[in-house]
Design a protein around this ligand. Structure first.
Ligand code: CAA
Length: 289
């Protein structure tokens, strides 16, 4: 099937799911996005439309290509609409139960036994999601980076059960169809990027928590002193503090390294729904987007 994937499904239309759906539609693929009900499906469509508008404004995309991409996308509230897909990418909340539920359902719904079921998880074991299906050989990690239309990397994550032709299929899809650069990782919490990135983000949270420096100075330090495009606390706000905390918890659960343990300030902010950009306030305050 390598190279012939034309019908893609995306489960979840949040910032990652919407971004993945956008790059699939921009690559000319027939793309169905499934959200939890009609209201969430409408919000997902608006998210993609806003990002396409931004791409046009910044001269990255012709207005006509943006219109065509949006026309290729179908938004639905029903997983059943993914039955004819050749590849489904799950991008729901970073929670083991929620993701397992999606894989169990997809296993029953997606008709083609050769279809690939991929997860955009950042840190949960791909193996466990595979084991929730009757086709663990067709289950693989396909991990994108936020903002998906901008960042060129995709991590391909192989579980102990993933078949070599499943890996070849998603690698061809990510590299040739989407034009992304692929790196490979074994199925260990955090894979390559988050295993390195998250302890750094947590160190910045601890630095702010201890009063050692302000959030603004911590970010300015890494932006101006190390040429990072955004400082660690702005980046944590972009990723979503709930997602950062979930990834940290998975890393800690896997390796039991104290550096991976989510600091109390992060936990409190998540409980307070100060999740970063998506709720308007995290370590920084954001206007209506
Ligand atoms: N489509 C296509 N291109 C777009 C776009 C869109 N919707 N929106 C913006 N761009 C392009 C712009 O045209 C610009 O390109 P050039 O540099 O070639 O001109 C570039 O993206 C930057 O855009 P802006 O100038 O509008 O914005 P910015 O300079 O403030 O950058 C940012 C914003 C891209 C988010 C940048 O700050 C950045 O890269 N930050 C780091 C993000 C990062 O590290 N993400 C990884 C998070 S980890 C993760 O996602 C994994 C996980 O599991 C948690």
């Amino acid at each position: 099937m390598n190279g012939n994937i034309r019908r893609v499904g995306v489960v979840g239309g949040g910032q990652m799911g919407a971004g993945i759906a956008e790059v699939c539609a921009r690559a000319g693929l027939d793309t169905v996005v499934c959200e939890a009900g009609a209201t969430a499906a409408r919000a997902a469509r608006e998210r993609v439309a806003a990002s396409l508008d931004r791409a046009v404004e910044r001269g990255k995309l012709e207005a006509e290509a943006a219109r065509d991409a949006l026309a290729r996308l179908i938004f639905t509230g029903s997983l059943e609409d993914l039955s004819d897909r050749q590849l489904v990418i799950e991008a729901v909340i970073e929670n083991a139960d929620a993701k397992t539920e999606v894989f169990t359902a997809l296993d029953k719904i997606v008709e083609d036994p050769a279809a690939v079921l991929a997860t955009n998880t950042s840190a949960l074991p791909v193996m466990r999601l595979g084991m929730a299906t009757s086709r663990a050989d067709r289950v693989v990690g396909l991990h994108f980076f936020n903002p998906v239309p901008v960042l060129p990397l995709v991590e391909v994550v192989t579980s102990l059960h993933t078949a070599p032709d499943t890996i070849a299929t998603v690698e061809g899809f990510a590299a040739r169809t989407l034009g992304k650069t692929v790196v490979h990782s074994r199925d260990r919490a955090g894979f390559v990027v988050n295993a390195l990135l998250v302890p750094y983000l947590l160190a910045a949270v601890r630095m702010a928590e201890s009063g050692f420096a302000t959030a603004a100075d911590i970010d300015a330090g890494m932006e101006l002193g190390c040429a990072h495009p955004m400082g660690p606390l702005k980046l944590a706000d972009l990723i979503g503090l709930d997602t950062v905390a979930s990834i940290a918890a998975s890393l800690y659960d896997e390796f039991k390294e104290p550096l991976y343990a989510p600091p109390p300030l992060l936990q409190r902010m998540v409980e307070a729904r100060l999740l970063g950009r998506k709720t308007g306030r995290g370590f920084h305050v954001y206007g209506q987007e």
